[in-house]
Design a protein around this ligand. Structure first.
Ligand SMILES: [Zn+2]
Length: 482
């Protein structure tokens, strides 16, 4: 009988037709219930309705013949539920057993939920100095007697036995610490419904943290909502801001998106729209600036700061993404100072008969004083800017980008010059939205993402160049799409 574990609890073990929680099925289940009244063992074979692969048959000893006469899951679903309900669900690698059981119930249109405890993690915490925490290793380590390995009841008994030995060897304090550690590490604060986490999908999208009285605390995006949300709660070195968010969160909701770009854009839109308490304001500004080089009469290349949405001459190289014109100017000044370039030639000071202020401080190598020819200044400028160069937009005009795959829904985006001009759920809607004037959406994340998406097309992204360049105020027709 367990002394220092929360009871009532149920130690569960299952055997399956394989390791895939979606496709494979349960062939046997064992439940050891521990309540204040004592310990009850129960197990049954289950007919999985599919052939058990030979390799699995020889591993578990459970054959097609044995399960042929066994009940289907739905015939024991109620029995299992009665045994598990209201108890802490314990298993060795609990996500596996829990996942399979949840899926079997999901097929019956029932949402099974339980609070979990994992004995792999328990072993890792209590026997940190020992190598390996598989059931195999634990059985060997503690010399636990097992009649038939890989049969559900025998494995559940071994797990139960391990728990008893652990509390005998390590005592109440350490066992309780190990349990607490697990909850702190992998699940949510006490006030938090752990079931919320189970519903989070391994899918790209946007998630919302809600506080008391449905106050919106935070919006985030990820290519894997579940992983990212768990990350918020398990990070060892949380910032105080993140700590506050976690403590105040009472509910989490999410919206799936067909991919990363759609998640980025949805997050940006929702942050602006809903202004959550903890999202830094102006995280995404609608106008970025970059630098273009314009040739003067004497052949000198002169940096020009332009909003990114303002089209420079076709295929003209651009440098840097800056949040403001001021920031771009500061970057140019930094480059001038460290490379001996001229303030006048770089547009930081007006041209005059006198040398620039930087030359007077002996930093500018003297283009302004006639000491450095334009050509040499150009070479130095190009060299120093090269690390900031943005990839040139590879199309003659806007493209329609479609994100999504398989049976998921698709997101349609109108993109030009690395800016997202419009989004929609269908091509027709996209062309419709393109007629309206919208703020172009760009930032470093979007630029980086678009660059990789467009230059190395993936399965989830399709690009349709629109045939001709035309100002966006003119309507685009569906026939423009190749
Ligand atoms: Zn100068």
């Amino acid at each position: 009988m367990l002394q220092h574990y929360p009871i009532p609890c149920a130690i569960v073990d299952i055997e399956t037709t394989g390791g895939n929680v979606t496709y494979d099925r349960i062939t046997e289940i064992a439940i050891i219930e521990v309540t204040k009244d004592g310990v009850t063992e129960w197990s049954t074979l289950i007919n999985p309705r599919v052939h058990i692969p030979k390799s699995i048959q020889s591993l578990t000893g459970i054959t097609d013949e044995m399960v042929a006469t066994a009940p289907y899951f739905e015939q024991v679903a109620k029995e299992i539920l009665l045994r598990l309900q209201g108890k802490l669900f314990i298993a060795h690698n609990v996500r596996f057993d829990y996942g399979f059981i949840r899926n079997e119930y999901a097929r019956l249109a029932y949402s099974f939920k339980a609070k979990l405890l994992c004995t792999v993690k328990l072993s890792r915490f209590l026997y940190a100095d020992r190598a390996g925490h598989s059931l195999e290793k634990i059985i060997a380590r503690h010399q636990i007697y097992v009649a038939a390995r890989h049969r559900a009841l025998d494995d559940a008994r071994a797990t139960y036995k391990f728990m008893s030995i652990a509390e005998e060897e390590k005592g109440e304090h350490q066992v309780k610490q190990a349990i607490q550690h697990q909850y702190r590490k992998e699940s949510m604060p006490a006030h938090f419904d752990a079931c919320l986490v189970d519903e989070l999908p391994n899918h790209s999208g946007v998630y919302y943290f809600w506080g008391e009285n449905r106050e919106l605390l935070y919006i985030g995006k990820s290519i894997n909502i579940r992983k990212r949300v768990l990350g918020h709660f398990t990070a060892d070195h949380k910032s105080s801001r993140e700590m506050k968010i976690c403590q105040q969160t009472r509910n989490i909701t999410f919206e799936k998106t067909p991919g990363e770009l759609s998640a980025l854009l949805l997050e940006s839109k929702k942050v602006k729209e809903l202004q959550p308490l903890y999202n830094r304001r102006l995280r995404r500004v609608s106008t970025f600036y970059s630098v273009c080089l314009v040739k003067q009469q004497d052949g000198l290349l002169n940096p020009n700061i332009l909003p990114i949405s303002e089209l420079p001459q076709a295929n003209q190289k651009r440098y840097g993404l800056f949040r403001s014109a001021k920031q771009a100017k500061e970057a140019i000044q930094g480059i001038c100072d460290s490379h001996g370039l001229c303030y006048q030639a770089c547009g930081l000071e007006p041209f005059s008969k006198r040398a620039c202020s930087s030359h007077q401080l002996k930093k500018c190598r003297g283009y302004c004083a006639g000491k450095l020819p334009a050509l040499q200044h150009n070479v130095k400028l190009l060299e120093s800017l090269s690390s900031l160069a943005l990839t040139s937009w590879p199309y003659p005009g806007p493209v329609a980008l479609v994100e999504g795959s398989g049976n998921d829904y698709y997101q349609y985006l109108l993109i030009d010059n690395w800016c997202v001009l419009a989004t929609a759920n269908s091509m027709e809607e996209l062309l419709e939205n393109a007629r309206r004037k919208t703020q172009p959406e760009i930032d470093k994340d979007i630029y980086r993402y678009l660059r990789s998406a467009i230059l190395t097309p993936s399965k989830t992204i399709k690009i349709f160049p629109l045939q001709s360049i035309r100002p966006l105020s003119q309507p685009l027709e569906a026939t423009d799409i190749e």
